[in-house]
Design a protein around this ligand. Structure first.
Ligand code: C2O
Ligand code: CU
Length: 496
């Protein structure tokens, strides 16, 4: 997300042909990169766009100013003055037209996380658009093709770790609607305006590294089996606050409902360095969607939500006042929202929630629902992606290279590509691919969950399959925003 444009990347972004220019004489024609300005991008958008669709118009002002966080007022950067920013809702197939006004002291952009949109609206400065400078505005306009729970945030520096994030819900016009009410639950780790600001944190991490920390690259064996314990989590940053919908447990967000109602929770982790373990006191949760896409329903007590991941959960509410607990995994701090269907006191901040340590969702529990599952089988291409880190230098890599050093992964359209992650560092990395929803490869051959962000635990080898059906230049990176900024990012580049 650093805005450094190497010559090669700039040329790619401009959609020109240079790759293989000098070898053209000895082989076939050189592959032409399909960048954001390639005519194919608008041609595909025309096919996606229904006749007569009127865009949902939005104005988003990104500015520094007072915001209400954790029941008090502090100064941060936010959209339209609120944390989270304004929720956007539209139906699948509809057009969103959002004008971003940049009143921040830095260039910015908006990335529509998880949406398979046209490449030139993906919001990655230096790759899909020029940065939006302070005082400028930019109009994003695109079809949202698939229903689901998404969110949006800047794709510049560590701006996501301020208050610049908001939910984006794409409703399914064909939804069977097996629930009575919805609650959007946005989780976040918070420091800006109360602790150090994110830019200062990033520079001290990169200047000092993390001496004394023993995570990072330590030659983890490829055979080591990752275990889903707290030790596999933890992060690089200590936060003074953890938030649910901008509030903390002293003055929690309250979901009001009636006993017996079925609630659909749309959970989004907008944190920058924190995975959250989530559970609802007194209830089990049925997982219905992962990163917007339906899965075969599975009932659990608790689940871990990595940065950039979303889960939709359904449950039938009992009578009373219940904590919806979110524990910063590996950091030992609990916050919560409250689900209230009856009378009773609000629970104390440290209320024990037994469900947190009961049956935890594992990736092996999830299978894509038949209507969204890819047929399983051998992919056309396998791309090995080794995740590494040097904690002393605070340098995070994919195949040994940082973003600025990496060559793009070149793909052609109409293929099935297997991204084979192997984590050789001792930290977890939620890996996110733009513009696509991949499918997790399971050992038993069943189709795994469709997702766009996947936690890769320390020592873990795990693969996902992608259908290359959305031409462009797409970022692929760790959604720990500090890791992404310190190099753990590359590009999946379509070529003709
Ligand atoms: Cu939400 Cu490139 O990220
Ligand atoms: Cu990471």
């Amino acid at each position: 997300m650093r805005i450094v444009i190497t010559r090669r990347r700039f040329i790619t972004a401009a959609g020109l042909t240079t790759v293989g220019l000098f070898v053209g004489a000895c082989g076939g024609p050189p592959p032409a990169a399909v960048g954001p300005s390639h005519p194919l991008i608008s041609e595909r958008e025309r096919q996606r766009r229904r006749n007569g669709a009127t865009p949902t118009e939005m104005r988003l002002v990104a500015a520094s100013g007072p915001v209400e966080v954790a029941g008090g007022s502090l100064t941060s950067w936010a959209y339209n003055g609120s944390v989270p920013g304004p929720e956007i809702r539209l139906r699948a197939g509809e057009v969103l037209a959002a004008t971003l006004v940049n009143q921040l002291p830095q260039p910015t952009s908006i990335h529509w996380h998880g949406i398979a949109l046209r490449n030139d609206m993906d919001g990655v400065p230096g790759l899909t658009q020029p940065p939006i400078e302070p005082g400028e505005e930019f109009r994003y306009e695109f079809v949202a093709p698939h229903p689901g729970t998404y969110f949006f945030h800047p794709h510049v520096g560590v701006q996501l770790d301020r208050g610049l994030y908001a939910p984006l819900v794409v409703e399914d016009p064909r939804e069977p609607g097996d629930y009575d009410l919805e609650a959007v639950i946005v989780l976040d780790d918070w420091t800006d305006g109360i602790g150090e600001d994110p830019d200062t944190i990033l520079s001290s991490l990169s200047e000092a590294g993390m001496p004394g920390m023993d995570h990072g690259e330590m030659g983890v064996d490829s055979g080591m089996s990752p275990d889903m314990t707290e030790e596999s989590y933890g992060g690089d940053v200590t936060y003074p606050l953890y938030l649910v919908n901008g509030r903390s447990s002293e003055a929690p967000h309250v979901v009001e409902a009636r006993p017996g109602q079925r609630v659909r929770l749309r959970v989004i982790n907008a944190g920058s360095d924190t995975a959250f373990r989530l559970a609802l006191g007194g209830h089990r949760l049925t997982v219905t969607h992962s990163d917007g896409f339906p899965v075969e329903p599975v009932e659990v007590d608790a689940l871990i939500v990595g940065m950039g991941e979303r889960y939709d959960l359904v449950t039938t509410l009992a009578d009373g006042v219940f904590p919806l607990a979110a524990v910063a995994e590996g950091k030992g701090v609990q916050t919560f929202a409250v689900v209230k269907t009856g009378s009773g006191e609000l629970p104390p901040g440290n209320v024990p929630v037994a469900e947190l340590s009961r049956r935890l969702l594992t990736p092996d529990d999830l299978r894509a629902r038949a209507d969204v599952a890819f047929p399983t089988g051998e992919p056309d291409v396998i791309v090995p992606l080794e995740l590494g880190g040097d904690m002393m230098a605070y340098r995070w890599t994919i195949n040994g290279r940082t973003f600025n050093e990496a060559d793009p992964i070149e793909v052609t359209e109409g293929r099935r590509i297997r991204l084979a992650f192997s984590n050789r560092s001792t930290m977890f990395h939620p890996m996110h691919l733009h513009g696509h929803t991949f499918q997790v490869v399971r050992n038993d051959g069943a189709p795994g969950a469709r997702k766009d962000t996947l936690i890769v635990l320390p020592g873990q080898d795990i693969a996902v399959d992608v259908d290359t059906d959305n031409p462009g230049a797409w970022a692929l990176h760790c959604h720990n925003i500090y890791h992404a900024e310190a190099g753990m990012m590359t590009v999946m580049q379509y070529v003709l």
